[in-house]
Design a protein around this ligand. Sequence first.
Ligand code: MRU
Length: 336
Amino acid sequence: MQPIRSIEYKDDKLHIINQTKLPLQLEYIVTDNYERIGEAIEKLEIRGAPAIGIAAAYALALSVKNISEDSNYNFNNAYRRLSITRPTAVNLFYALNEIKKLFERNQTDRNLFEILINRAKEIHEDDIKKCDLIAKNGLSIFNNTVTVLTHCNTGALATGGDGTALNVIRKGFEKGFIDLVYVDETRPLLQGSRLTAWELNNYNIPFKIITDSTAAMLMKEGKVGLVITGADRIAVNGDSANKIGTYNLAVLCKHHSIPFYIAAPTTTIDLTSATGDNIKIEERGKKEILEINGNKITADNYDVFSPAFDITPYSLITSIITEKSVYQPPYNFQNV
Ligand code: MRU
């Protein structure tokens, strides 16, 4: 099977799978307009921490493409626009800053666009390699065949390569370590039932979609061997921000003595956050809760609280799997 690629740069344009349409339609957004890419990040047409970073790097590089024809162009405005798309995944800021550093060093170079776009391609290729190494390192968590539970989507759709936690699951299945995957539907935007299910179905890995509140019952009945998720930002002490509901799973795992793993590239580690306490958590709009596919499911004047992410304390995380190594608590990512 052809690998799934959520982002491809070809013919001088970015091709992005529009994830809001999956799994019912496989549609691509094809653009070289940085503002359109910013909008795609904001609307979760492209989502998942590594993929957000890669898309933003291409977008900022593309913003200088027609610089000589646009007298109103201002690099800092483009940088700012892209940096306010989503606040939690640190990969976004890492990638934007990589492009910014190069812009500052080469702004008078007539090959500026090539220099920046090549850096975006490198960030993309680097993520593909990191995904492969995460899966390879992740195999060490298995010692017999288990049923796995995962949350949100951490596969090819969420990254530049084959994924983080979902890539560990994929390789684990190929080696005979996994018999079934329980997929949390992941309310409210259903990254589990729409995106993870789509990927697992493509890979012929047996799965069952469950509502987010089913995990406790399955664990009590001894039906979950381990839980593995991704992360959007990991603090130096290992506290990890990930899709809302991840913390619930980690607490449940502790109660039922089930290992709980996080898999993420080191570009998700935020050296400026000593702990998870100050990680900015994105809040989503009311409509995502009050409506489903544009259909009202409750009164539209009801108030809503909808954080997109929560923080799992390091003490609940059995191991953090990166492309470099598999780390155990106490974590200290200062020199990773
Ligand atoms: O809101 P999303 O869909 O961008 O949230 C994505 C997640 O929480 C993923 O688990 C995380 O980004 C890791 S992706 C490899």
